[in-house]
Every structure is written in C-alpha cells, then in structure tokens.
Design a protein around this ligand. Structure first.
Ligand SMILES: [Cu+2]
Length: 263
C-alpha cells in the first residue's frame, strides 16, 4: 500500500469515527396512511440542526420530555390519525433519510406514550401505548428491528381513545452506557425522545391514567441502569404498564381498586 492511500484510509476512518460519535438519532418523520411526511412535520421542533440528534441524559430534566428547546414549542402542523390505526414513526441518525436509524451500538428498547395536548405534557398525563424491548429468542433489541426496517417502527393508536388532540412521545432508550446511573460527571442511559402532535379521530371515550415526564424514570431504576455487557436473558422495560385498548372499561375509582387488587 502506498503512503498516500494509507493516509487516505486513516483519514476516512477518522471521519467515520467522528460521524458515529456525533450522530445519535431523532424522530425524523411520520408515515401516516402509507405516506411519508416531510421531516419534522407534525413534530415539535428540534433543538437546532446541529444538535437535533443529541440525547437527553438526565431523566429529571424537562429536556427529557420532547427534546425541544422550550417546553412550550409546538409543532407547526397537526396530523389527523384514526384511532385504532397503525402509523409508522421513522428515526434517523442524520437529516438524510437514507442514513441508518441508530448506531447498532446503541442497544435498547423503543417506547411510545401519549398525552392530551391540552396538558402540554405537564403532570401525570403520559400513558404508554407501545413498548418493545429485548427478544431473548432472536436476541434482538427494538433498535435492531428499527435498523432492519430503514428506521421505521409501526405504532398502533388505541382504538378506544377519546377523540381529540394529543402529543405522541416516541422514545428510544440507548443502553450502551447504562451500566452506571446518571450523574453530572458520568453518563448513563441516553434518551432519544421526540413529540409529535396528532389529532385523533374516531375512537371511544378513554383517556388512560398516566405518568409524568420528567419523573417517570428513576435514575437508579430497573431498565434505566442495565449492563448490556453482562450476561442477561431478559430486559425490564422501564415506565408504567402498557395501555391496551379495552383495558380500561370502568371509571377511575374502579380502575384504582383493580390496580390495588393486582398489587
Ligand atoms: Cu449516542
């Protein structure tokens, strides 16, 4: 190998390394009714176009909620979605939709929550509608599925959700550094959250009970602190139980009683 081409090789490697370090991921676009929307359409604005892919790291920071510059920044447009229908969310490392979903080193689950838009995400309003962690049979994490499908993941809106405007908070939790709890010096899990704004049409009369973001994830909690390099055969997805359509059929008082019976 000539000296020139060898230098070129090392430069290329250096550039590749720099890109992989800087590029994490973001909810680039939504696919509704089979149509891929523009980047950022119906999604709360990104930080800016150099830092949009940076994770939230402190689970108690407001940035955890939607990774927007301000808690009150809203999407420019709202997308209509039929209750019970399945949309796709699409993550990419870069603005370029041909870039991969996320670095495969960033092993971890995908989760999605919704909250009434009128709450602006404040308070215990976020209910979980999707979760996909680790499959011990295939040894695949959700992020592997995302990468296998060009950054996309199907998410079904509960069929009995009360119609109206909602935030959809999608999140990938990357666990490659989650072997230590978050603190100001070290690192911990990386949270790739973004919020879309959806107008749910059709549906039923349910608004499930929720949790707060920030607040739902404990810094030392199960699935938040997790060592992917140690042997394991299951992974506890953090956050509240999944809401499945039809699960809440009685008003709040009955639901609370049922939960106590289960506890
Ligand atoms: Cu990262």
């Amino acid at each position: 190998m000539k000296a020139g081409s060898s230098l070129g090789f090392w430069l290329a490697l250096l550039v590749a390394f720099a890109v992989s370090v800087n590029a994490h991921t973001h909810l680039r676009d939504l696919i509704i009714g089979g149509k891929t929307l523009d980047r950022g359409q119906c999604i709360r604005p990104y930080i800016d176009d150099t830092t949009y892919s940076y994770p939230a790291k402190d689970p108690n920071d407001i940035f955890m909620r939607c990774r927007t510059p301000y808690a009150n920044s809203t999407a420019k447009t709202m997308c209509d979605v039929q209750a019970g229908s399945t949309i796709k969310v699409e993550w990419h490392e870069l603005i370029d939709p041909t870039s991969r979903g996320i670095n495969p080193s960033h092993m971890g689950p995908c989760v999605a929550y919704m909250a009434p838009l009128s709450s602006n995400g404040d308070g215990k309003v976020w209910f979980k509608i999707y979760e996909n962690g680790y499959d011990p049979k295939t040894k695949k994490w959700c992020i592997d599925t995302v990468n296998d499908n060009n950054g996309t993941l199907p998410i079904t809106i509960p069929s009995d959700l009360l119609k109206g405007s909602y935030l959809l908070r999608t999140e990938i939790i990357a666990l490659h550094l989650a072997y230590v709890p978050f603190d100001k010096i070290k690192t911990g899990a990386e949270y790739y959250s973004n919020c879309a704004e959806l107008n749910i049409v059709g549906g039923g009369n349910v608004v499930p009970p929720g949790v707060a973001f920030p607040g739902a994830y404990d810094i030392n909690g199960k699935g938040i602190v997790f060592n992917i390099t140690a042997p394991f055969d299951s992974y506890p997805i953090p956050g509240p139980p999944l809401y499945k359509a039809g699960a809440v059929i009685k008003p709040c008082t009955t639901r609370k009683r049922r939960r106590r019976e289960l506890a």
